[in-house]
Design a protein around this ligand. Structure first.
Ligand SMILES: *Cc1c(COP(=O)(O)O)cnc(C)c1O
Length: 387
């Protein structure tokens, strides 16, 4: 059976990238590798829309988040974290672990943060040193308006702005320099069409100054060390050589398609996925849906285990389950990274098959038809389609 992955990390990897990574290993201190790393560094700046350094860490995305917290802050530094899902919560837990001083704004799962509450807390606590935000909250499929949140922080505080961009980079418009972000992190297995194993961290001038001054203990995940090596297109420790080589390929593909075109493609596929789900009678979970992942409620009467077994075992399709209190009640469909229009027909077609196989009552083809229409209407610039 052909297996198809529709999870928001890991995401599918193009065959040409897999092949490139299968080539004989090279040594990381030889000029051939340094040339690759130089090109990777340059293309990462293109991806994040920045002229500041973006360092490559051999770690998963969370390693990049931990590197940011431990490199920028020390014990007792006050952080503000917005928690609207598993990954906002991760920022809070990291802050509690390393500074022990976290103010948290909790918002209901599936909603996007509002800047008024953020402004109010920043005014009330002028000693806040860092604000931790999540651009695309993967556990709920929710996108935040990061540009507005950044403006709010900037006009009320000198705090550093840390953005978890792990499923936003590539899927949502993002401008690191223009929006005044200080740290943004992504992971290789999300929008970059790569296997897991690399964290990419963009670091502003202001964050570099904070890192320089910070005396808190750090070693492997030190951004100070990573920045020092970055200058010479080098890494402080042995990098995940094969992954960096694969990333070189992935970033060339991204440059070739163009970042604006990639944002547009994600918006298009996300819209198609949402209409397909709604046409099948499944309600959207998020009031501000992400372009990386669509979260939907299981239809009334549908049982998650049976549905997922039909989807995975009989149709080869893996989607992501709901988490915490939404386990068994919602599920999440990824369209992040290496996906195209026909993939959306496939996943909605697979969901239709699983719904049919588990006895859900609907008109077969409704979801697929909605996807076709949404995509074709968009491509034909709104020209009416024949039924
Ligand atoms: C996947 C993900 C992470 C965690 O990344 P790991 O690579 O699993 O450590 C953090 N934040 C968001 C928004 C994610 O989607």
């Amino acid at each position: 059976m052909k297996k198809r992955l529709f999870t928001p990390g890991p995401t599918p990897v193009p065959e040409q990238i897999m092949l490139r990574m299968a080539e004989p290993i090279i040594h990381h201190r030889n000029p051939e590798f340094m040339e690759i790393l130089e090109r990777v560094h340059e293309n990462l700046q293109y991806l994040f829309r920045t002229s500041e350094p973006v360092v490559v860490l051999s770690a998963s995305g969370t390693g990049g988040m931990e590197a940011a917290i431990t490199s920028c802050f020390g014990k007792d530094d006050k952080l503000l974290s917005i928690n609207g899902g598993k990954f906002g919560e991760r920022w809070s837990r990291l802050g509690e672990t390393f500074t022990g001083n976290v103010l948290e704004i909790t918002i209901p799962w599936g909603t996007a943060p509002d800047s008024d509450e953020l402004a109010r807390l920043l005014k009330q606590h002028p000693d806040i040193k860092g604000v931790c935000l999540t651009h695309s909250e993967t556990s709920t499929g929710t996108a935040s308006d990061i540009q507005t949140l950044c403006q709010t922080v900037r006009s009320n505080s000198d705090a550093l702005i840390l953005v978890d961009g792990i499923t936003a980079i590539g899927a949502h418009e993002f401008h690191f320099d223009e929006w005044g972000v200080d740290i943004c992190i992504t992971g290789s297995q999300k929008g970059l069409m790569m296997p897991p194993g690399l964290a990419l961290v963009a670091i502003s001038r202001r964050a570099q100054d904070a890192i320089e001054k910070n005396t808190a203990p750090q070693f492997y995940l030190s951004l100070k060390k990573a920045l020092a090596s970055h200058k010479g297109n080098d890494t402080p420790f042995t990098p995940a050589v094969s992954l960096v080589i694969g990333l070189d390929n992935a970033l060339s593909m991204i440059r070739e398609e163009g970042i604006e075109q990639i944002w547009d493609r994600h918006a298009r596929l996300a819209a198609a996925c949402r209409t397909g789900c709604e046409a099948l009678g499944m309600r959207l979970f998020s009031s501000s849906p992400s372009n990386a992942v669509t979260s939907v409620w299981l239809p009334e009467g549908e049982e998650w285990e049976a549905f997922n077994t039909a989807l995975k075992t009989d149709n080869g399709i893996t989607v992501a389950a709901g988490q915490d209190e939404f386990k068994g009640r919602i599920f999440r469909i990824s369209h992040l990274g290496y996906y195209d229009e026909l993939d959306m027909l496939t996943v909605i077609g697979g969901i239709e098959r699983a719904l049919y196989q588990t006895g859900y009552e609907f008109t077969v083809g409704t979801g697929v038809t909605a996807v076709q229409k949404t995509l074709l209407q968009e491509e034909m610039k709104g020209a009416a389609l024949q039924d």
